[in-house]
Design a binder for this molecule. Structure first.
Ligand SMILES: [Zn+2]
Length: 541
């Protein structure tokens, strides 16, 4: 009998010492966060609004209740981000093409769009035009669209997008980098024309929908609105007759150029155009201050404790916008992204209450101004509250579609670093699969907050629920009807059990990254690792 007693005592003591097998993730807790953040009283959490600030207080209060440490500025939970809002005036602006066929003026919003300038409230400049193909340049990808062209003091005309056949994520990156390339060659402006491909993906009518949206930029210590390529002063897009007009008298027709660009690896070479363009645009500026909310959870390892794993989710959404239905106009953003913030809060709560500390430290961050162009995350990644070199990995949560019992997840960016292995290994015991990117052509990797960390050299993924077990149908319906509409609210049939499971998965991933002897690493030879973290250690593929 004695031996049985001893065995029983041993069992009891080991059970009290060990971590619970499944930490406490409840559907109700998750629902409570989303319920609050997506309430009509928060008025859609628009960047700079009172509703956003209330949401930020809520997140900070939760962090404090869990026992986390303030990770913002000056010992607070907040990192205030000063934002310049550049808005159109009553004068829409115009783009005038001058050349062999005379003078043709296109008003903004007709067949030309003139982008607002955060640097010059009243803009009026005229310059010669040079066609530069896609306008991309990258040694490793073998792209050199400016070869043999002098664009100093000129406005460059680019094809939208990137050459067919480039890997989509690299393509999306070089495409987003065009203004910087133009600047490095001395161009003072950049206007784009559609390819056959880009027209399909983003037709002109769609482009026009955003024509009068304000432009947000963060304001740096110098008091200026941040621009990646400030010397490229004028920006615009051309359609139909306006696009034809700039090619008047050119050695090649625009139609021929578009046909060539539509071929696999088709890369029309640039040439000097016979036309010039005058760009006129006025704008008004205002400033708002909107915070990122940041919390630390110190790690327990004497050495690895100075390294940080970041879990991020954007807190802002679209606010109150006029919609034609005359009814509900509050964009509550229940899934986009109250659900991502709720996931992060649940991970933070359980991580903070764990009986054994993780080895590395964790940072939880609710970002501002994501919907305005990933601006809060960019500000944080460029002004981190710990040295950026000590941030070893980032998982971003944006719009997890928690409408069905998901059985797989997608980690956008999985091909680039070992984070995917942390995701797959953490998901397997939960019978959740890691699936490949179902829409590589969309370049999603470059389109959410995690990308701002990537640009500072940090391996990162954006984790979303997958297409299996009803996912494909739900994603299709959501993206075509609900996404960025007032319908993304609590009236949706949100699967709170799936939400709790998603939180548990993210807890496991975050904890695994924090506990692993080796931090997440870029794969050897990876384009993004080589581009942004050339000196960091590498993992074999
Ligand atoms: Zn969104």
């Amino acid at each position: 009998m004695k031996s049985i007693y001893a065995l029983a005592a041993a069992l009891v003591s080991s059970a009290t010492l060990a971590e619970p097998a499944t930490p406490e993730f409840s559907p109700e807790r998750f629902r409570a966060h989303v319920q609050f953040l997506a309430d009509d009283l928060l008025e859609g959490r628009d960047t700079g609004s009172r509703g956003y600030d209330v949401a930020a207080r809520y997140v900070a209060s939760q962090f404090e209740a869990y026992g986390l440490k303030p990770g913002g500025e000056g010992g607070s939970w907040y990192q205030p981000v000063t934002l310049q809002k550049t808005s159109p005036t009553a004068d829409p602006g115009a783009l005038t093409v001058l050349g062999p066929a005379g003078e043709k003026r296109f008003t903004h919003g007709d067949n030309a769009l003139v982008v607002l300038s955060p640097g010059e409230p009243k803009q009026d400049l005229t310059a010669p035009l040079v066609f530069v193909g896609f306008g991309v340049e990258d040694k490793r990808l073998g792209l050199d669209d400016y070869r043999g062209l002098d664009v100093k003091g000129c406005i460059v005309v680019t094809l939208r997008g990137f050459p067919k056949g480039l890997p989509s994520e690299e393509g999306a990156h070089v495409s987003a980098n065009k203004a910087k390339v133009a600047q490095s060659h001395g161009a003072i402006g950049m206007v784009s024309v559609a390819t056959l491909q880009s027209e399909k993906v983003f037709p002109w009518e769609k482009v026009l929908e955003y024509a009068n949206d304000p432009l947000y930029s963060w304001v740096g210590a110098d008091g200026k609105a941040f621009e990646e390529a400030p010397a490229v002063r004028a920006r615009g897009s051309l359609n139909g007759p306006a696009a034809e007009a700039v090619f008047a008298g050119a050695p090649r027709t625009l139609a021929g150029i578009r046909r060539e660009a539509d071929q696999q690896n088709g890369r029309p070479r640039g040439f000097k155009l016979k036309t010039r363009v005058r760009v006129e645009k006025t704008s008004t500026w205002s400033r708002v201050i909107s915070p990122n909310v940041v919390a630390f959870l110190p790690g327990g390892d004497p050495k690895l404790g100075s390294e940080y794993v970041v879990l991020s989710a954007h807190l802002d959404h679209l606010g109150i916008k006029d919609v034609k239905n005359g009814g509900d106009n509050i964009h509550n953003g229940a899934l986009d992204n109250a659900a991502g913030v709720a996931t992060m809060l649940e991970v933070a709560r359980v991580a903070a209450s764990a009986r054994t500390k993780a080895r590395r430290s964790m940072i939880f961050i609710a970002t501002t101004a994501e919907e305005q162009g990933l601006i809060g995350a960019d500000y944080y990644a460029r002004h981190p509250t710990v040295p950026i070199a000590q941030i070893v990995g980032n998982v971003d949560l944006d719009m997890p579609l928690l409408l069905y019992p998901f059985s797989d997840v997608i980690a956008f960016g999985a091909d680039h670093s070992t984070i995917a292995k942390f995701v797959a290994d953490s998901a397997a015991p939960m019978q959740i699969k890691l699936s490949p990117d179902p829409m590589p052509e969309e370049g999603v990797f470059t389109r959410s907050d995690h990308y701002q960390f990537v640009k500072q050299g940090v391996p990162a993924v954006y984790l979303a629920t997958g297409m299996a077990n009803g996912g494909e149908e739900h994603w299709g319906k959501f993206l075509s009807g609900v996404y960025h509409s007032p319908g993304d609210d609590m009236s949706q049939a949100i699967d709170w059990k799936a939400a709790a499971r998603f939180s548990e998965l993210n807890f496991r991933i975050t904890r695994a990254m924090a506990d692993s002897e080796t931090p997440p690493l870029w794969f050897a030879g990876d384009y993004f690792g080589d581009e942004f973290a050339p000196k960091a250690p590498r993992a074999k593929h």
